[in-house]
Design a protein around this ligand. Structure first.
Ligand SMILES: [Zn+2]
Length: 275
């Protein structure tokens, strides 16, 4: 099992780096916003901050949680525990249907968790690190406070047990989901018709831009990560006709707080402008 985990982590790391390379190139050739056109030093500084934060989070997860997730999945497998194991016991489920159900269940949980991060003030204080980015690009996809990563990673243990998903299904979901998350944050000019078509199925850049807006009613929308269906189903879907006028960031935070490693780590602390 340890060997599987190692090859799985390697596959995920490779897909993350490949996604990063593709979107960084696309952002250079065809950016949506011009904020990194000149000077280039700002882009490097901005990207480095987000990527260092992401690398530290990945390391913490690998050290603290990967073996716990594996233990939970092995225990569920050995004991036939969890929703999908229960279903498999009581009905003939083809592999493809098992995968579809696992992806849907994991994705609706991701939606719920994201929405809770906006609704519960304690969680928002961590999640606002992600929203504090004033120049959103592909590196924003890895910009999260370690606190948020620890909470979501810990909750994944009971989630694996309750849902009864296979480890490889979890990895498959995470890999596809993260590729889409990189795409939706990327500062790339997607033809509007293509964005419209793709967002019938997945969360696109123009859909996710609205979620990163400074306007509260827009921030409180478009919580989906992989499939856009959840926002339509739970009535949180919102679009803007002028995505190029959207301003990113969080009003309660200053540019200095949002632009340094120490500022981001201290961000969960309640400040004078907090509501
Ligand atoms: Zn959010």
């Amino acid at each position: 099992m340890q060997e599987i985990l190692t090859s799985v982590s390697l596959t995920q790391a490779i897909s993350l780096v490949v996604g990063l390379a593709i979107f960084l190139s696309w952002e250079t050739i065809q950016p949506f916003f011009g904020f990194f056109r000149t000077p280039n030093k700002d882009r490097v500084r901005h990207g480095a901050l987000n990527l260092v934060l992401g690398a530290a989070n990945s390391l913490a997860v690998a050290l603290l949680f990967a073996s716990l997730w594996l233990w939970a999945a092995e225990w569920a497998y050995a004991n036939d525990f969890g929703l999908l194991y229960w279903l498999s016991r009581n009905a003939e489920i083809p592999v493809w249907l098992h995968i579809v159900m696992a992806v849907l269940l994991l994705d609706v949980w991701t939606y719920t968790w994201h929405r809770l991060n906006h609704r519960i003030h304690f969680l928002w204080r961590f999640h606002r690190v992600h929203h504090s980015d004033r120049k959103m690009d592909v590196t924003t996809a890895t910009r999260f406070h370690i606190g948020e990563i620890i909470f979501s990673s810990a909750l994944r243990i009971p989630l694996i047990l309750i849902l009864g998903v296979y480890v490889w299904e979890l990895v498959l979901y995470e890999t596809i989901m993260f590729a889409v998350v990189q795409f939706q944050h990327a500062n790339v000019a997607v033809p509007p018709a293509l964005d419209r078509f793709l967002r019938v199925f997945i969360v696109t850049p123009n859909m996710h831009k609205v979620h990163h807006s400074r306007i509260q009613v827009e921030t409180d929308s478009n919580y989906s990560s992989l499939l856009s269906i959840w926002d339509r189903l739970f009535r949180s879907f919102r679009m803007r006709n002028d995505p190029d006028n959207i301003e990113f960031g969080v009003d309660e935070l200053s540019a200095e707080e949002s632009g340094s490693f120490a500022g981001l780590l201290k961000m969960p602390k309640d400040g004078p402008n907090d509501t």
